[in-house]
Design a protein around this ligand. Structure first.
Ligand code: MNH
Length: 491
């Protein structure tokens, strides 16, 4: 935005103005999302399944009808480009491109960790199915169902099971809490940990976040026990979950602030919506999942406590976090540059993921990017050059698609020119914004009956929620001096 510093200073520092603008952000963004949901993946018209079949992702735009003349509707070629050729031309990383506004790898792992609680494709059933709860429900910390939750709980003072290694607390080994974990390659028994999400043993950055939220839960339980000595294990556990969800909502303020890089200082305050017409219900959309495939944000290697590791060393190796310790690990990720979200910047371990993604988009007949631009009140692009701002890329895309109206959703998102000063192009922000705001604010804890101190164990608990930052989350759970905790590489 413009360099009117005094204006932003005023807006950001006058609570009434800041609240007024934030309320507009909430209502304008969430009004873009149909609620109750309208479409699902199997019909190009409204069905009751769209609302009642919660194992489906919802769809913002219905699938392209099968009787259409081309796969993208009416425009473009009869046959879409070969996925391998497309990926070899537009996605493979040859030389690492760092994220231009200095985003850190701590941010990349936050994105992955946070969104895996609600992007859960049930791939055995098909790409239209999901196994999650359609929102910010903390299942990535506590487990996907009551059975798993019980395995992860210690049943003492509300706390989760832990083990102590090198004087720090970590999640238990799988043998001590037998929740099902899924690894992308074989792992030795003594490197298998029990975590809330089955994927999180695959990467140290995810294991780090899993461990910090586990410590935070147990810390919060100690505070609550002091406040309410009469509370039993169950009440401490349940209240801990609510407080952690609240804390995570507030930490998202830091995250979205970085991602949008707005001059306006964002605010998480559910009470701004009280009295407004607003549906406290949410459904995760297929398009939201697709646009959140941010694999280019992962670098190829990491320097942790001065030691260099390749992505290959990182994979299925959560022990690295324990070896270096929490403080060193978070400090190092904060100082490590993320990759740029752009063409030719997918590291080799994620190429298959993007190939599958494009194939799913075709199976489910996602409409072309320009239709989504219209749906989200953006001007459709008129030319490949207007989309990409790059002659070479425009030419390549033209060869692949023939017509700007036929560019596939994800391919369009990643080839779109980046907004000045921001991490992403316009379409990702203008689509991701509404989905995120709706998803966050539609959470039950934001509704008038929940959003009050008693839900969170009284004013002490409510304060823990309201004063959260990403830095505090780490530093309150690390015994040493506070390390660097930042979504932006310092300096
Ligand atoms: Mn990622 C799905 C690997 C980083 C967002 N990712 C997948 C899948 C694999 C995968 C494999 C396929 C589904 C599965 O097995 O659960 N991802 C990686 C690897 C890295 C990675 C190896 C790091 C290196 N992923 C990231 C980052 C983000 C991200 C960073 C940023 C938000 N990934 C996703 C999303 C999905 C996904 C979203 C879709 C999940 C789903 O639909 O179930």
């Amino acid at each position: 935005m413009i360099g009117n510093n005094w204006l932003w200073n005023m807006v950001n520092n006058i609570p009434f103005l800041r609240g007024f603008i934030m309320k507009k952000v909430y209502t304008m963004r969430s009004d873009m999302i149909d609620s109750p949901p309208t479409y699902e993946n199997e019909h190009p018209y409204i069905t009751l399944d769209a609302n009642y079949n919660v194992s489906f992702y919802t769809r913002t735009l219905p699938p392209v009808p099968v009787e259409c003349p081309t796969p993208m509707g009416v425009a473009g070629k009869k046959i879409l480009p070969d996925v391998d050729v497309l990926v070899n031309k537009l996605f493979i990383r040859e030389k690492f491109k760092p994220e231009p506004i200095g985003t850190s790898a701590l941010f990349s792992f936050f994105a992955q960790h946070f969104t895996h609680q609600f992007f859960k494709t049930d791939i055995k059933r098909g790409p239209q199915y999901q196994w999650g709860g359609h929102g910010v429900d903390m299942t990535h910390v506590y487990g996907k169902n009551k059975h798993d939750e019980n395995l992860l709980r210690s049943f003492k003072d509300g706390k989760l099971k832990v083990q102590t290694v090198n004087g720090e607390e970590w999640p238990p080994l799988s043998k001590d809490a037998q929740v099902e974990m899924k690894y992308i390659m074989p792992v030795p028994e003594d490197s298998k940990y029990a975590l809330g999400h089955s994927f999180f043993g695959n990467l140290p950055g995810l294991f780090m976040y899993a461990s910090i939220w586990m410590r935070e839960h147990n810390r919060v339980c100690d505070v609550m026990k002091k406040e309410h000595p009469e509370w039993d294990d169950e009440r401490l556990y349940q209240t801990g979950k609510l407080i952690l969800l609240g804390r995570q909502q507030i930490v998202i303020e830091d995250y979205v602030q970085h991602l949008s890089n707005y001059n306006f200082k964002l605010l998480f305050d559910p009470s701004l919506l009280f009295g407004e017409p607003f549906q406290y219900q949410n459904r995760i959309a297929l398009e939201f999942n697709h646009l959140y495939h941010w694999h280019p944000l992962m670098p190829d290697d990491f320097t942790i406590g001065g030691v260099n590791y390749t992505m290959k060393d990182f994979l299925v190796n959560p022990k690295l976090v324990i070896k270096h310790g929490m403080a060193t690990f978070v400090d190092s990720l904060s100082k490590q540059n993320a990759g740029a979200f752009t063409v030719r910047n997918h590291g080799k371990y994620t190429l298959n993921v993007v190939k599958e993604l494009i194939k799913h988009g075709r199976t489910l007949r996602l409409q072309p990017l320009n239709n989504y631009r219209k749906r989200f009140n953006l001007k459709p692009f008129k030319s490949f050059e207007e989309l990409t701002g790059n002659k070479w890329l425009a030419k390549e895309l033209e060869n692949f698609y023939g017509d700007i109206e036929a560019v596939e959703f994800y391919v369009g998102l990643i080839t779109e020119k980046r907004r000045p000063k921001a991490v992403f192009g316009e379409a990702i922000v203008e689509m991701g914004g509404p989905y995120s705001v709706k998803g966050l604010m539609a959470n039950p804890i934001c509704s008038p009956k929940y959003w009050k101190p008693s839900t969170f164990g009284g004013s002490v608990g409510f304060d823990i929620v309201n004063t959260a930052t990403i830095e505090k989350l780490f530093c309150q759970n690390i015994k040493e001096d506070c390390p660097v905790v930042s979504f932006k590489v310092p300096g």
